[in-house]
Design a protein around this ligand. Structure first.
Ligand code: CP
Ligand code: NVA
Length: 308
C-alpha cells in the first residue's frame, strides 16, 4: 500500500509519536553540522522528491528541499506556473507522469480535492504541503517543538486565537490523535471544519469554541495563532474588525499559564493577529518551530517510505 500523507490521520497517533522521536534523534545527531551535509546514514539516498507549489511558500519550500538533501535524496522544486499543470494539464496526468519519474510528490495547492485526486492517480506517496483544508506537516513540526520544550502532549491545553483555518483544522485533528485539548477563541462565522472537531471529540479530546477570547486562553499551556487572511482568501473588511478582539497581545498572554509557549506557523503580521511583544518575546518559540519544519519533514518522508 502506498503511504500518502494528506492528513494526520493517514499516519495515526503512534506514527506521529514515532516521527517526533525520530526527528529529535536526527536533529541531535547533526548539531552544528553544515545544513547541506547529509545525515550519516543517508536513508533516502537515490530517492527523488517532486516538490510542487501552487501557492507561495518559504518554510515548506526550503525545509522539504533541505530535508530531502539531508536524507541523502534529491528534491526537484517547481512552481505550478512553470509546469504544464499551470496550463491545464490535469492533476491525474501530472500524478501519473511524476510517479514514473520521481519516488514521492509533495504538493501545496488550494482545493483539498485536488490533492486527493493526485493521490488517487499516483503510484508513489503524495504529501500535503498545505491545502485550504489542512496543513499536517506544520503540525508535526509544532508538536515536535512542544515536546522539545518539555511539554507532554496528552492532556495539554492548547488555545487557538483567531481564524478557524487550515492550520487550526490540523491542530484539532492532532488533538484526537495525540490526546490533547483545544480551546478555540474565534468570532462567529470563522469556526474550524466541524468534521475535524467531531473526529477529535469521538477520540476523547475536549475541543471547545469560545466567543470570549479570555475564556479560550485561561490556563492554557500553549497559545497559537495564524494570519487572519490565508492565501487565496479575499481581504474582507469586516473580517479584520471581527478578529481584533482575538489578537494575541500581552494582556491575553497573561491569562495563560506562566510557562505557556507561543506558536505561530509564520508568516506573521505583527499588529494584526499578534503583537511584536509576544512573537518576539520570551514565551515565543517560533524560530525553533520554523527550524523544526526541516526535522519534521524528514520524519514524514521516512514514514511515507516505510522507514518509520
Ligand atoms: N508555515 C508555512 O507553511 O510557511 P510557508 O508558507 O512559508 O511555507
Ligand atoms: N493559514 C495560512 C498558513 C500559511 C502557512 C494560509 O493558508 O495562508
Amino acid at each position: 500500500m502506498t503511504r500518502h500523507f494528506l492528513n494526520l490521520a493517514d499516519a495515526g497517533g503512534d506514527a506521529i509519536a514515532a516521527m517526533i522521536a525520530d526527528a529529535l534523534d536526527r536533529k541531535a545527531a547533526r548539531l552544528e553540522w553544515p545544513k547541506g551535509k547529509a545525515d550519516a546514514d543517508a536513508p533516502l539516498a537515490g530517492h527523488i522528491l517532486a516538490v510542487i507549489f501552487e501557492k507561495s511558500s518559504t518554510r515548506t519550500r526550503v525545509s522539504f528541499d533541505v530535508g530531502m538533501r539531508q536524507l541523502g535524496g534529491s528534491p526537484i522544486v517547481m512552481d505550478s506556473g512553470s509546469m504544464q499543470l499551470g496550463r491545464g494539464e490535469t492533476v491525474a496526468d501530472t500524478a501519473k507522469v511524476l510517479s514514473r519519474m520521481c519516488d514521492a510528490i509533495m504538493i501545496r495547492t488550494d482545493d483539498h480535492a485536488k490533492i486527493e485526486e493526485m493521490a488517487a492517480n499516483a503510484s508513489v506517496p503524495v504529501i500535503n504541503g498545505l491545502t485550504d483544508l489542512s496543513h499536517p506537516c506544520q503540525i508535526v513540526a509544532d508538536l515536535l517543538t512542544l515536546v522539545e520544550h518539555g511539554k507532554t502532549l496528552p492532556g495539554l491545553e492548547i488555545a487557538w486565537l483567531g481564524d478557524g483555518n487550515n492550520v487550526l483544522n490540523s491542530i484539532v485533528e492532532a488533538a484526537g490523535l495525540m490526546k490533547f485539548n483545544v480551546r478555540i477563541g474565534c468570532p462567529q462565522g470563522y469556526d474550524p471544519d466541524p468534521a475535524f472537531i467531531e473526529q477529535a471529540k469521538v477520540a476523547g479530546s475536549n475541543v471547545a469554541i469560545f466567543r470570549d477570547e479570555n475564556e479560550a486562553v485561561r490556563g492554557a499551556d500553549v497559545v497559537v495563532t495564524d494570519t487572519w487572511v490565508s492565501m487565496g482568501q479575499e481581504h474582507v473588511h469586516n473580517k479584520l474588525a471581527a478578529m481584533m478582539p482575538y489578537q494575541v497581545n500581552d494582556v491575553l498572554m497573561e491569562q495563560a499559564k506562566d510557562d505557556a509557549l507561543f506558536l505561530h506557523c509564520l508568516p506573521a503580521h505583527r499588529g494584526e493577529e499578534v503583537m511584536p511583544s509576544v512573537i518576539d518575546g520570551p514565551q515565543s518559540v517560533v524560530w525553533d518551530e520554523a527550524e523544526n519544519r526541516i526535522h519534521a519533514q524528514k520524519s514524514i518522508l521516512r514514514w511515507v517510505f516505510g522507514q518509520i
